[in-house]
Design a binder for this molecule. Sequence first.
Ligand SMILES: O=C(O)CCC(=O)C(=O)O
Length: 361
Amino acid sequence: MSCPQDWPEPIVRVQSLSNSPVVPDRYIKPPPDRPTYIPSSDISDHANIPVIDLQGLSGEDDRLRAATLSQISEACREWGFFQVVNHGVSPGLMDKTQQVWREFFHLPMELKQAYANSPKTYEGYGSRLGIERGAILDWSDYYFLHYLPSCLKDYNKWPALPDYGREVIDEYGKEVVKLGGRILKALSLNLGLGEDFLQNAFGGQDIGACLRTNFYPKCPQPDLTLGLSSHSDPGGMTILLADQQVPGLQVRKDDAWITVKPAPHAFIVNIGDQIQVLSNATYKSVEHRVIVNPAKERLSLAFFYNPKSDIPIQPVKELVTPDKPAQYSPMTFNEYRLYIRLNGPRGKSQVESLKSPRNTL
Ligand SMILES: O=C(O)CCC(=O)C(=O)O
């Protein structure tokens, strides 16, 4: 099955609704899914996901390197989410890339409409995930583009404005791909595999890398809706550059939602479903969602570091034992991501439903 060529209903840009006095019905979540709006000033009192300094990974100090790996291991097992600082991507480039996207989303609507996307590839300017007619939608617009594989990278599908944007977005992608490779090595070692094992399982140099820049306009009734509904990321690993000024990302920890407080110039890293599958559920992707703000818009850059799309992804045999048989059947990422592309974000329902039948008896 493939995605249809077009959306089931006319697209409404959420940005065009941000001055309405009330949230239209299409965006009102059922009561159990509604968030409790937390003013930014209260967030500092809450628990936060671990913050890990990556400097130790590249230095000569073996003890520091081992300690850093161990922090990453614990964060993957306990949280599935962590922040990294001293990660090697220049703060100036991070700021400039956010600035490019802010300028893009503030262009006149008719200029942005030239990049309107369709569910066939999702590339371009979008305002919904999923194609179910009448679905309750999220309070966000986004822009989706590919970096890798190179055959999918098409500058014509990247915004031409602001005029310095493509170069900056390109540079940002190169740097974040490098960071993804370093983190994947750490995960691989922590799983007791060779440092290149996971990268090879992802397809070596032929990985997929794409960016979704999320734009969450301010919202008149933030306790009735969500910027992005609860989901786990379908891909390998996500490297998120969150808004430094406006919190919004919430991570599910046990039965609570923890609001992430981004450290200055940190990236937020999370395990996606494909690493859950490859690691035979040693690492788990974690549900997260985004709340919106009554006074401020919010911008985030979600960089998806994914396996090559047409190779079967399955638990690596080194992590399959008689006590822990393979939990998932092989599936290509191309097949896997169709679920979210058709249905929109739905918690962890997909990866849970894929458990091999013999393990659900
Ligand atoms: O905006 C955020 O902080 C998170 C975005 C996210 O979860 C996603 O794009 O999948």
